[in-house]
Design a protein around this ligand. Structure first.
Ligand code: NDP
Length: 237
């Protein structure tokens, strides 16, 4: 696996879960990989040591710090935005500030990060956002605001693909279904309900998502852009 040798990659939200699997895969494919995290210092340092990557603490809810950090990286060949958060519950009871913080992290940050990276990204660059199949389908109560954020990513990817296509930069949205992470454990209280909606009745693994991200980041995916790619065990079918 050395499809990405010579490429410089940044993964936002790479300390745990799907982001950590993406960091591991991109590094294994030869990319010079840097990742960010918000609070998990130990997890980030362990992953960086194990994969030969670099970790930096950058909170995606702080737009100006995030944009300045990306500008300071210089030209990136690959930007993957995996950082995300989930606030669930009765919308009549949810804390409005928590909902707005989720919107900041899941919507505003991907947009501003993509724009900041695009300023210096070379021809052939790749911008990949981790959305969710919930951008297409939200069959459970209590997640309207989360679904809102993931549907917003879809529109962003369509528009930015057109803004950046003339420069040979692709912009794609990878939409996982349930994946076994701390956000959505395979043994969690909603697992059985979620599996009931699916063709393949199990949680996915981070490495299954990472393999697809690596393909989109690689040299064979230059004609794929502006698209939503569900990888979800048939959750959205
Ligand atoms: P986890 O909660 O397991 O990991 C979240 C990651 O994002 C961590 O590395 C975390 O850093 C980072 N992060 C969270 N908030 C911030 C922030 N403000 N600034 C920077 N980094 C931040 O989540 P998953 O791996 O499950 O989810 C990753 C993405 O995939 C999300 O966008 C999520 O919405 C999406 N997704 C997940 C699904 C699932 O079933 N797991 C299904 C569909 C989509 P730290 O460790 O420092 O907290």
């Amino acid at each position: 696996m050395a499809n990405l040798t010579g490429k410089k990659a940044l993964v936002l939200g790479g300390s745990r879960g799907i982001g950590a699997a993406i960091v591991t895969r991109l590094a294994a494919e030869g990319a010079d990989t840097h990742f960010t995290y918000a609070g998990s210092v130990d997890a980030a340092n362990s992953l960086a040591a194990a994969t030969g990557t670099q970790a930096s603490r950058v909170d995606n809810s702080d737009r100006d710090s995030l944009s300045a950090f990306i500008a300071a990286q210089g030209p990136l060949d690959i930007l993957v935005i995996s950082a995300g958060t989930l606030v669930m519950g009765d919308p009549l009871e949810l804390d409005a500030d928590q909902v707005d913080r989720m919107i900041d992290i899941n919507v505003r940050a991907p947009y501003h990060a993509a724009v900041a990276a695009a300023r210096q990204m070379p021809e052939g660059g790749r911008i990949i956002v981790i959305g969710s199949v919930n951008g297409d389908r939200m069959p459970m109560a209590g997640a309207a605001a989360y679904a809102l954020t993931k549907s917003a990513v879809q529109g962003m990817v369509r528009g930015l693909a057109r803004d950046l296509g003339a420069r040979g930069i692709t912009v794609n949205n990878v939409q996982p279904g349930p994946v076994d992470t701390e956000m959505n454990p395979a043994e969690g209280p909603f697992a059985e309900l979620m599996h009931s909606f699916m063709a393949i009745k199990r949680h996915g693994r981070g490495d299954e998502i990472a393999a697809f991200v690596a393909f989109l980041a690689g040299p064979e995916a230059g004609y794929i852009t502006g698209a939503q790619h569900s990888i979800d065990g048939g959750f959205g079918a």
